[in-house]
Design a protein around this ligand. Structure first.
Ligand code: SIN
Ligand code: FE2
Length: 217
């Protein structure tokens, strides 16, 4: 009986909300695995701490980053790329925990992208005031795979534009536990995050953490 009940609670996931063509918002999708996910996240950032990377133009990013998985996204003066090694340690990135991989695959599946098998997870940490300017995710080899983005901690305003940088972005509030999946017609849409408003989150304190899952190779 109890086992059955929990099974059903796990299945009680809200229906996807359409954002733009090819993109959906799954509110609260992380909730059933939240504790496990956060524990796995803490282990990763002990092995590969957050750092502020430098853009090719020489700016230090306000968002601090790290990665897990077979490949990690890095930027420095020589450009953006995926690298199997953490440049800070010279060692491979921490492996992607099963709970990360399964959550991303299930979210992609709910959004209509079956068999998503991410090999890279970029982990972004926003302190109050940190932002991410409009950009496209285009360092991956095959754009038929979606991007799966998980929001934890403080809420943020996600900006979702179009194929041109000048397309006026729509604004979506992303809260703790929300997942956005975009692919197909919106795979290369410009997107970003407005400066994070200050606040205090019950589990994660004064920060927002975002996980973006990609199939890089
Ligand atoms: C990203 O585009 O890599 C991050 C998006 C987010 O933080 O929600
Ligand atoms: Fe992005």
């Amino acid at each position: 009986m109890t086992a059955d009940l929990f099974q059903h609670i796990g299945d009680l996931r809200p229906s996807p909300e359409a954002m733009v063509e090819g993109a959906v918002l799954l509110r609260g999708f992380v909730r059933p695995v939240e504790a496990e996910l956060i524990a796995a996240l803490r282990a990763i950032i002990q092995q590969a701490p957050f750092r502020h990377m430098e853009t090719p133009g020489g700016h230090r990013m306000s968002v601090a980053m790290t990665n897990c998985g077979g490949f990690g996204w890095v930027t420095d003066r020589s450009g953006y790329r995926y690298d199997a090694l953490d440049p800070c340690s010279g060692k491979p990135w921490p492996s992607m925990p099963p709970v990360f991989r399964e959550l991303a695959a299930q979210a992609a599946d709910c959004a209509g992208f079956a068999q998503f098998a991410p090999d890279a997870c970029l982990i972004n940490r926003y302190a109050p005031g940190a932002r991410m300017s409009l950009h496209q995710d285009r360092d991956e080899i095959d754009f038929s795979n979606p991007i799966v983005s998980v929001s934890l901690g403080l809420p943020a305003i996600f900006l979702f534009g179009g194929l041109k940088r000048s397309d006026k972005p729509q604004r979506f509030r992303l809260a703790h536990g929300d997942v956005v999946v975009w692919g197909g017609p919106s795979r290369l849409f410009f997107h970003g995050v407005a400066p994070l408003a200050d606040g205090e989150h019950g589990l994660l304190g004064r920060q927002r953490i975002n996980l973006t899952f990609r199939k890089a190779r």
